[in-house]
Each structure stands twice: as structure tokens, then as C-alpha cells.
Ligand binder design. Structure first.
Ligand SMILES: Nc1ncnc2c1ncn2[C@@H]1O[C@H](COP(=O)(O)OP(=O)(O)OP(=O)(O)O)[C@@H](O)[C@H]1O
Length: 313
């Protein structure tokens, strides 16, 4: 597995003293789709802007394909395509001219065959002579992607590609991203939408308050999501867990009125039947059972909340 982007202890303090990145380190693997999740103001855009050389880091380093983003800016930047959050297009420009122009900005020779391929891949070929102002919001986003791909970058950053778009357009965008990955482009996207990360990412990173709190394979996260808890409500509250039940790693909840058992839904056996029989063997009577499943959303909310508590402490 080759690392294509190496981010090392990246810090960004804006003028005025605000610390937007507090030492982020991250290796992005060639060919992956990495989703960076985080609440508003987490530092996602700052991170992308710094990697793309739009914002200068206060300290730390970024290398793209081995090229340092500061000392070897041109070579590093040539490998990157950036699709910004805001749609900014010249309204009277035609689609094909806008995309050709972007390629020219990188000093690349005109290549009509490549531009045609990009436009066809993004289903924009039929619209090539339309003025950008005549396009729907979804098509405008596709033009931004086409512009970002015009100079054949190996890494594509998408800053909230589906913010504020409807469900159908979002799915459409996910298809585009999957096709780009299949063509060998490494993709990093930021999003507020957990289901977006679930749907398309190979790995998921969670950023909050300028820190990377977690970076994990999506499948591993999904396995964690497979954890369920069973709350066994008791007729008579307990203060301690009977020694005969110590192997179950139960937790006392609801002030002793219930015992919580965590289990893996992917496991062959959950152990629940045996637990319930051992419970009655220990002289405990249950009045009710409740199960619940943790989701990626909960993992995310917990992580971000814990981070907030540490800040306050
Ligand atoms: N130029 C700037 N000067 C001062 N502070 C800034 C500047 N740009 C961003 N910030 C602050 O840095 C923090 C991180 O902003 P950033 O845009 O990177 O977050 P984000 O995770 O992309 O959020 P969103 O999801 O809302 O786009 C925010 O608190 C923001 O107010």
C-alpha cells in the first residue's frame, strides 16, 4: 500500500490567535476514498486548504507524491485537484471552455481528448456548449469536478460535495466518486453526513476542534456498529454483580435497577440464553429486557462530546 499524501503534525493558527488545526498527522493511501467527518468549524476546510497550498500552515509538513507542498509547491499542487465547497463559476462561460481554461492554469498543454473524456465521464458532454449559468445545481457541481480533473491530478479533494443537495443528487454524486476511484484517483472528501461516509468511504476520519480524533477502516467501524447492548431490568435493584456472573462483564445501570450486557451481533453466539439462565441461577429476577444498537452516528457524537469535555476540563 503506497502513501500518496503524508500530513505530519500540521498546525494552523489564524491571525488573531485561533488554533484551527492542533497537530494533525495523517497518511492517505493511494487509491482510497477517505471521508473526513466533523461538525461545523472542526477544521476540515482548513486542513484541505493547507494541503492544497491555499492556506499556509503555521508548522508541520505536507508531502504529496513525495513532493513538499511548500518547497516543491508546483510539483505537489500539480498532483492535486480541488473541488471547493462554494460553487463559483463564470456565468457566461461555456462548460468546455471553463474546463479547458482550468487545465491551462496548471500550464498543461491543450488536450481535447482528455477534456472530452472528463466531460463524458461526468455526463457533461451534451452540455459542453451550455453556459454554466444555464445549468442545474447538480450539473454545476459536476463542472467543478471536471475543472478539478482537467490537469489529470492523482488526488482529488472534495469539500462537502453534497452539502445542501437532495437525496437523488447525493446518490448521483456517490456514483461519480465511485467511478473516479475505479479510474485510479485517490479521493478525500469532507462531509457532515454520516450516511455519506458509510456509503462510499474506505476509511473514515473524525475531526473536531482541530484534532483528528479517529481514523479507521469503515468496515471496522461497521463491526463496532454491530455491537448491541441488552439492558436486563430487575425486579429488585442490586448494588453489586454476583460473583457467578463475573464472566459476562456486566455493567450496573439505572441505579442498580438494570444490568447492561454488551455483545457483538456479528458473533456466532451472543451468549444471551446462557446469561439469562445464569441470572436466575444467581437469584436475580428480571422484569423486562431492552436491546439497543450503537450506530456510527453515536460513536461520532460520543467522540465529539468527549473531546468537548476534555477541552472544558
Ligand atoms: N481566515 C480565518 N481567520 C480566522 N479564523 C478562521 C479563518 N478560517 C476559518 N477560521 C476558523 O477556523 C475554524 C475551522 O474552520 P473550517 O472552515 O476549517 O471548519 P470546517 O470543519 O470546514 O467547518 P464547516 O463544516 O462549517 O465548513 C472555525 O472556527 C473558523 O471560524
Amino acid at each position: 500500500m503506497t502513501t500518496i499524501v503524508e500530513i505530519d503534525d500540521l498546525k494552523k493558527v489564524y491571525d488573531g490567535g485561533f488554533e484551527a488545526l492542533k497537530g494533525v498527522s495523517l497518511d492517505i493511501r493511494e487509491g482510497e476514498i477517505l471521508a473526513l467527518l466533523g461538525p461545523n468549524g472542526a477544521g476540515k476546510t482548513t486542513l484541505i486548504s493547507t494541503v492544497c497550498g491555499i492556506t499556509n500552515a503555521t508548522s508541520g509538513s505536507v508531502r504529496v507524491g513525495g513532493h513538499d507542498i511548500v518547497t516543491d509547491f508546483r510539483a505537489a499542487r500539480a498532483m492535486i485537484g480541488l473541488v471547493p465547497q462554494e460553487i463559483s463559476l463564470e456565468p457566461f462561460e461555456t462548460v468546455i471552455r471553463a474546463v479547458r481554461y482550468s487545465r491551462g492554469l496548471f500550464g498543461c498543454k491543450r488536450d481535447d481528448a482528455h477534456i472530452e473524456k472528463v466531460l463524458r465521464d461526468l455526463s457533461l458532454w451534451d452540455k459542453r456548449n451550455a453556459k454554466t449559468m444555464e445549468l442545474s445545481g447538480g450539473m454545476k457541481r459536476r463542472v467543478l469536478i471536471a475543472k478539478a480533473l482537467s490537469h489529470q491530478p492523482r488526488v482529488l479533494f472534495l469539500d462537502e460535495p453534497t452539502a445542501g443537495v437532495d437525496v437523488e443528487l447525493r446518490r448521483d454524486m456517490w456514483k461519480v466518486v465511485a467511478e473516479l476511484k475505479a479510474s485510479g484517483v485517490t479521493i478525500i472528501l469532507t462531509t457532515h453526513y454520516i450516511e455519506e461516509a458509510e456509503a462510499i468511504a474506505d476509511r473514515v476520519g473524525v475531526i473536531a476542534k482541530g484534532e483528528l480524533l479517529l481514523i479507521e477502516e469503515k468496515t471496522a467501524l461497521m463491526a463496532r456498529m454491530g455491537r448491541k447492548t441488552l439492558d436486563i431490568e430487575l425486579t429488585d435493584p442490586v448494588e453489586t454483580i454476583p460473583a457467578s456472573l463475573s464472566g459476562y462483564e456486566l455493567e450496573i445501570v439505572q441505579d442498580g435497577a438494570a444490568l447492561r450486557y454488551s455483545y457483538d451481533t456479528n458473533a456466532d453466539r451472543t451468549g444471551i440464553t446462557k446469561l439469562l439462565s445464569d441470572l436466575s441461577g444467581a437469584g436475580l429476577q428480571m422484569s423486562d429486557l431492552q436491546t439497543r444498537q450503537s450506530s456510527l452516528e453515536e460513536i461520532f457524537v460520543d467522540l465529539v462530546a468527549d473531546n468537548g469535555k476534555e477541552e472544558a476540563a
